[in-house]
Design a protein around this ligand. Structure first.
Ligand SMILES: [Zn+2]
Length: 491
């Protein structure tokens, strides 16, 4: 077990090698090979039929929508889609697999040789290879607790049998737990943008196994790997990898050898455990599925899917940064989901300053939502309200202080911006001579700053604007105030 015994010098001698296998359930209405409903949360054993139960004589028929989704995901992950792929039987015995085999793809998967770019620690982008994407079906679920006799019995829910999956296998290109986290985050984003899966980890729509080994830096050969199975959040994947890397280094440093095995992550204890060895010995005896013909992807089908590809998150971020002068972090937040990015862009295009809309959305509204622990959908201020506020600010019709007060009222009363603004119509001081009098006072009280300004430090103007705005209780017309401050300081 890793302890504080490993010094940073020892850790630095080693290089981790990580590869990830991700299973995603495809968001089809029906299952992969039968017409049963594909839905999470139904009464146990209600969405089943002879095909997905593997009863004798039942024949599978491939769901065209599943092929569309798998192809779309393959293209979004920069994979080469194989014209002719083959389904195969992966044989194993397990209670939640009534057929005794899983229909999968083996040596001829639907797609190969893809990649995702992820941000590396030094700020550059790093390309992580994707070995393959193949189609397969899910198994059912064993339920080990929740029943009065759970101590002695296991219950089965076979609704999940035959749910279409895409398994996405990365190359062993990942070198740190952070890179693994980035890869998973990007992968999930891309799949969500394509609409092929809901990627809901709590419901098991996205599941991750991590292969990890360590080797001395500069060594050519990979070390012996361990597989950490079924970790149910990206945060846990990162933690499990951190644990596993230290554990393996400690084994090697103490003269031992890493065993090739499957391990389970225990989130409560923050460590991995070796699984029983009988669950590790796999001989799946793959052979081509005799009940399904080869899957042929025609150029026309491929072209149709290409046409359906949405603008993907990375490209969208780059475009939005260029188009609206956003910073990278704001662009990442705004594109976190396709729906949120769509709503932002639709609103921003109607505003005088899209950048201001982004700032209000993320900082003013986002900050208030965060402090109240509310989701974006629960915001009392609509996108239209944010656009209205941004335009008022842009035109200098309200000050930022007034805007903050108006937003406060929106959140207190649960009202949208338009209603609050109409009722409260903040007073504005537009009398130039009154503003000038206040500026004169501030200038007289701050000779040092005046000197700095006249010596060329023009940014000091902001200080004067701030002081006068404060003196006017936030009511001075910002545009007029800026203009008059500049004039007075120059004079
Ligand atoms: Zn069925």
């Amino acid at each position: 077990m890793p302890s504080a015994a490993l010094s940073p010098e020892v850790l630095a001698k080693y290089e981790p090698v990580i590869g990830l296998e991700v299973h995603v359930q495809l968001l089809t209405a029906s299952k992969a090979f039968c017409s049963c409903t594909n839905r999470f949360g139904s009464e146990p054993n209600t969405n089943i039929c002879p095909v997905c139960l593997g009863l004798p004589g039942a024949l599978p028929v491939l769901n065209a929508k599943a092929v569309e989704f798998a192809t779309l995901a393959s293209l979004a992950l920069n994979c080469e889609v194989r014209e002719r792929s083959i389904f195969a039987r992966k044989n194993y015995f397990y209670p939640d697999l009534p057929k005794g085999y899983q229909i999968s793809q083996f040596d001829k998967p639907i797609a190969e040789h893809g990649w995702i770019d992820v941000p590396a620690a030094d700020g550059s982008m790093k390309r992580i290879g994707i070995t393959r994407l193949h189609m397969e079906e899910d198994a059912g679920k064993s339920i080990h607790d929740g029943f009065a006799d759970s101590a002695t019995r296991t219950y089965l829910d076979l609704n999940r049998c035959g749910t279409p999956l895409a398994e996405i296998v990365s190359e062993p290109d990942i070198r740190t737990p952070d890179e693994a986290w980035e890869y998973l985050t990007r992968l999930k984003e891309i799949l969500l943008y394509c609409g092929v899966s809901d990627c809901n980890m709590e419901e098991g729509s996205l599941r991750c196994d991590a292969n990890v080994s360590v080797r001395l830096k500069g060594a050519e050969r990979f070390g012996t790997k361990a597989e950490v199975k079924n970790v149910n959040s990206f945060r846990f994947v990162r933690a499990a990898l951190e644990y596993e890397i230290e554990r393996q280094i400690e084994v090697i440093e103490s003269g031992g050898r890493v065993t090739q095995e499957s391990r389970l992550w225990n989130a409560n204890e923050g460590r991995t455990y070796s699984m029983r060895s009988k669950e590790q010995a796999h001989d799946y005896r793959y052979f081509p599925e005799p009940d399904l013909p080869a899957l042929i992807i025609t150029p026309e089908f491929l072209a149709q899917r290409s046409g359906e590809l949405p603008e993907l998150p990375e490209a969208r971020r780059a475009r939005m940064i260029a188009e609206y002068e956003l910073n990278t972090q704001d662009a990442i937040t705004l594109t976190a989901s396709r729906e949120f990015a769509d709503r932002f862009e639709a609103a921003a295009k109607t505003a005088r300053s899209p950048l201001r809309v982004a700032n209000l959305l993320l900082n003013e509204v986002g900050g208030r939502l965060k402090s109240l622990n509310l989701e974006q959908e629960k915001s009392p201020v609509s996108m239209a309200g944010i656009v209205q506020a941004a335009d008022l600010l842009e035109d200098g019709k309200i000050s930022s202080k007034q805007l903050k007060q108006l937003f406060d009222v929106c959140f207190e009363k649960g009202e949208d911006f338009a209603a609050v603004y109409d009722r409260e119509k903040p007073q504005q001081l537009t009398d130039a001579s009154a503003i000038e009098a206040m500026i004169d006072e501030v200038i007289a009280a701050n000779p040092k700053q005046v000197e700095q300004y006249r010596a060329g430090k023009t940014t000091v103007a902001g200080f004067f604007v701030g002081q006068v705005m404060k003196a006017s209780k936030g009511q001075a017309n910002p545009a007029l105030l800026n203009e008059l401050v500049a004039k007075k300081l120059e004079g």
